[in-house]
Ligand binder design. Structure first.
Ligand SMILES: Nc1ncnc2c1ncn2[C@@H]1O[C@H](COP(=O)(O)OP(=O)(O)OP(=O)(O)O)[C@@H](O)[C@H]1O
Ligand SMILES: [Mg+2]
Length: 486
């Protein structure tokens, strides 16, 4: 790709960006939220038309004006946003647009058999006949990957493929990627997980503010150098946290039960604390928090400020000062065709209504406050949120729940899909909330360094139970893994 430029109203998303991909290499594309990574590959995939610039394959200029054009040129893309059809089977999704077999029933049977073969070859534990809507997010992502691989692309692009899949599946994916590169496929790999770079990538191109900053051989660069290229400055004090003396008890949960995923869970949160919840995926952490937030049937007792409370819905939870920022922010709560403003204020709109009329200036002020606080990159507060980059959409959602003025803020994987610079910003915001606003935070995180550096105390969960509690000074990867392993 040579000197690609792409402008949206009010945003120069790409400014003469160049990228070259060799056969058999994994080429990482790195950059902060909104740097232009997804836009660049959407140009390659025929979804966006560049204003100027050229694309060459095998040294010959090609015109990619549409998705079929891209496919005809051997380009397959796994997009950041899942684009599967929920009410179709896995097989139908995999073969969508290039159905095989003749006659309706024979076609379905053939497709299912063929799809199952590919799934099995790739070591994916998924039934080709299942409806996509019945799969977990992680499984849906695996289907996206299978779909892209099934077309035998020569150029495969993966836009944050590991953002919601589990460790074991990541290993499987890397295995598949190595097989593909051995066959000469070139892979462009977008991820915010720096540790994946050294494990799977050969070269890396860094983007910043719509421009290409440089390309490096991974083995010849360092994490610090790459981060400095991404953010345009040296990053110090990555985990910002001032530990405070433990205050009085704010939240107490006793013998919480909910289905099979939450069993006899008891814990407390004090004023001034960040309490971490660690454990393997499927340990029951999200389910526990959903139960507390009134999203699941449950039994057990919840006390806020020493008083027993009943929470049967999120509205009741909010009334008691508990807010939850969910893990799958895209699926649970983004109104993609609405503005940044709408998405920020939706939970608190009723607070500034008088005689059924919304106070517009308050609505604007709140939106501006959280755009500024989260350093959200958006041309304006009226921008449709679907047009923001993935990471910036997440910042808006965190802002939405902060706007409810919670006393207890539950964050489920708060930095997933967020770049290093924004991560540091979120840590600083968490620290300030606890220190200056008197908010207590419960943080579910699968990233051990994050849990270890940010938490006063950590509960480790496994199989729906709390397996143990560790104080800040006891925290280490080893100590957590010892408790988490079944
Ligand atoms: N369809 C669109 N309309 C308007 N602006 C857009 C559109 N698509 C992208 N943008 C803007 O272009 C810029 C680059 O966005 P892009 O999605 O490429 O970022 P990214 O590097 O993929 O970020 P992330 O890591 O958060 O996914 C952003 O400022 C974004 O708001
Ligand atoms: Mg993106």
């Amino acid at each position: 790709m040579k000197e690609i430029t792409k402008t949206f109203p009010g945003v120069k998303a790409l400014d003469r960006v160049s990228l070259d991909l060799k056969a058999g290499e994994v080429h990482a594309l790195l950059g902060e939220n909104g740097a232009g990574k997804s836009t660049l590959i959407k140009v390659l995939g025929g979804i966006y038309h560049a204003d100027s610039g050229e694309i060459e394959i095998d040294g010959k200029p090609v015109k990619i004006g549409s998705v079929p054009d891209a496919e005809a040129n051997g380009i397959a893309i796994i997009h950041q946003e899942l684009v599967l059809v929920p009410y179709m089977t896995v097989a139908e999704n995999i073969f969508l647009g290039r159905e095989i077999g003749k006659g309706i029933t024979a076609k379905l049977k053939d497709q299912e058999r063929e799809a199952q073969k590919v799934l099995d070859q790739l070591g994916m534990n998924i039934n080709a006949g299942t409806l996509v809507k019945d799969l977990s997010i992680a499984q849906q992502q695996m289907v996206e990957i299978t779909k892209a691989i099934a077309v035998h692309a020569r150029i495969l692009v993966m836009d944050e493929p590991t953002s919601s899949i589990q460790e074991r599946e990541v290993e499987n994916l890397f295995h598949i990627m190595r097989d593909l590169t051995a066959q000469g496929v070139g892979i462009i790999y977008i991820s915010h997980k720096m540790s994946e770079l050294t494990e799977i990538c050969d070269r890396v191109t860094v983007m910043r503010d719509g421009q290409g900053v440089g390309t490096k051989v991974v083995a010849e660069t360092t994490r610090d150098e790459l981060i400095a290229m991404m953010v345009g400055r040296q990053m110090t004090n990555y985990y910002e946290r001032d530990f405070l003396p433990q205050g009085e008890e704010l939240l107490r949960v006793e013998n919480l039960n909910s289905g099979k995923q939450v069993r006899n869970v008891s814990f407390q949160v004090h004023k001034g604390e960040i309490v971490g919840f660690s454990g393997l995926v499927g340990a029951g952490r999200s389910e526990t928090m959903e139960a507390i937030f009134g999203l699941r049937h449950k039994s057990g007792n919840i006390y806020v400020n020493g008083k027993k409370v009943q929470i049967k819905s999120p509205t009741e939870a909010l009334r008691h000062g508990i807010a939850l920022v969910p893990e799958n922010r895209k699926e649970e709560g983004l109104y993609l065709i609405q503005s940044v403003k709408y998405n920020t204020t939706i939970e608190v709109l009723d607070r500034f209504m008088s005689r059924l009329r919304v106070n517009r200036s308050k609505e604007d002020a709140i939106t501006e406050r959280y755009i500024e606080m989260m350093k959200t990159k958006t041309p304006s507060k009226e921008q449709t949120i679907g047009n923001l980059s993935g990471g910036n959409q997440q910042k808006v959602l965190i802002g939405r729940w902060l706007a409810t003025d919670p006393k207890i803020l539950i964050l489920d994987e708060p930095t997933r899909g967020i770049d290093v610079g924004a991560k540091a910003e979120i840590y600083a915001i968490m620290n300030a909330l606890v220190k200056e606003e008197g908010v207590s935070i419960v943080m579910i995180s699968s990233e051990l360094p994050e849990i270890i550096n940010m938490s006063d105390r950590v509960y480790v969960m496994g199989e729906g139970e709390i397996k143990g509690e560790l104080k800040h000074e006891e925290l280490s990867q080893q100590a957590i893994m010892n408790l988490a392993a079944i």
